[in-house]
Design a protein around this ligand. Sequence first.
Ligand code: ADP
Length: 480
Amino acid sequence: MFAFRSRLDKAHTALVYLLVVLAGSVRGGRQLGLALAGCAFLLFNWFFLPPYGTFTILNPLDWLVLVSFLIVSVVAAQMLHREQMGAEEARRRADEVDRLAALGAETLNIARPDEALDAVTAVIRDTLKVATCRIHMTPHPAGHATSLDPLVAWAASSGQTVLRHGDGTTGLIAAGATFESGLESATGARAVLIPLRVRDRTVGVLELADEEDIALDPDQRRFLAALAYYAALGVERARLSAEAGRAEVLREADRLKDALIASVSHDLRTPLTTIKALAHDLRTGGDDRAATIEEEADRLNRLVADLLDLSRLQAGGVPLHLELNAADDLVGALVQQVSGALDTRELKVILEDGGPLLVGRFDLAQSLRVLVNLVENAHKYAPAGTPIELRTSRDGAFVALAVSDRGPGVPPEEQERIFEPFYRAPGRTPDVGGAGLGLAIARRLAEAQSGTLRYEPRAGGGSVFTLRLPAADLAEADFL
Ligand code: ADP
């Protein structure tokens, strides 16, 4: 430029110097940019502003050019620097996210959930340089009460991060602080207990502990916040897998029980038939004790038949004949079957909706069996002399058959349990007969026909057991 000085305008000089400053800033950073701006300012003055070869200036307006040049080049160097720092920070963040994502995928991909948890704790221990990093699952997966450190238990139940300091005092991370910024106050603690949360539920506690005060820089805090979430997911996975394992064991036990019931009840039938036949012979021969043997054999036979039915029902092996039937036919068959057993007790039949015939699609024999069981139960449990009511009605898509008695009713905590196999009310003497299978079989029979069997307390005392069976439209049943 010096060679062409006579032909150069101030603007040309300023622009060329500006290019040099920018190029310097891009390659060498802010320091070089600013140094070049200073040099360019002096060189501009010395070589290109008259009088040449001095730092004095002839035309005061040239100061304007010079100072503007200096400001523009300093601001440009500064802005470039800021942009570069932003880009650098973004790159660092992206690297960190990549690293965390890879880590998360790696740790959570480990086949065994407890090994995945070990991997997460090992990564935290190594990255944060703390002596201990442990994950406490709450509640304990095996279900037994392990002696949890009270502080750990408190962190889990309150959902707040707890700090333990070197002097034995404890602190909390201020409520309302975001987890990451809250961890700032963890600096200086000897132990940090972080509740692990998944979907608003605390699943465990992450414990960091060291002999020295724990110091976490912003990067480490960010890292810990992310890994605490991985740890929470890992705990949840371990819990779900333990649950699935338990469910599988239960299913297996259930299958074994079904197989056992089926085979035992099957094997009992043949000897029972022989015993009964022999007792029958003895009775005709005049031995009175034979009658008792025969009665007891009958009772055992009924129990074995019930057991077989229950196991068949559970396996879906009871053949059902679902046909259009009138509720009247069912009620008629019931009255006929139970009248002998009820002695003097009255069975009141109430047919509601006196209108069109009630029709349903159900198995007549099996539904009759359910109702006989309900009426026999009512007869067994209700005081002598009180009537039993049978009410039939249309209830939405169902035909409802309700058997009501004035017996003791069923306490609320037992109202579902009485439908479980072998459940008998506590304190009830076994001589009332039955083994607690009647209602279990009845409910399964109802459900196998897409119906329901439910208990309700009766107003004024007693029980109402309602069998609901799918109703059918009369038009469908024209031929009945
Ligand atoms: P079981 O009658 O052989 O004991 P069930 O399965 O028929 O077996 O009944 C289970 C339990 O439900 C009975 O032990 C009894 O406690 C209760 N229960 C059934 N029906 C009635 C009723 N009508 N009133 C009061 N309790 C009943």
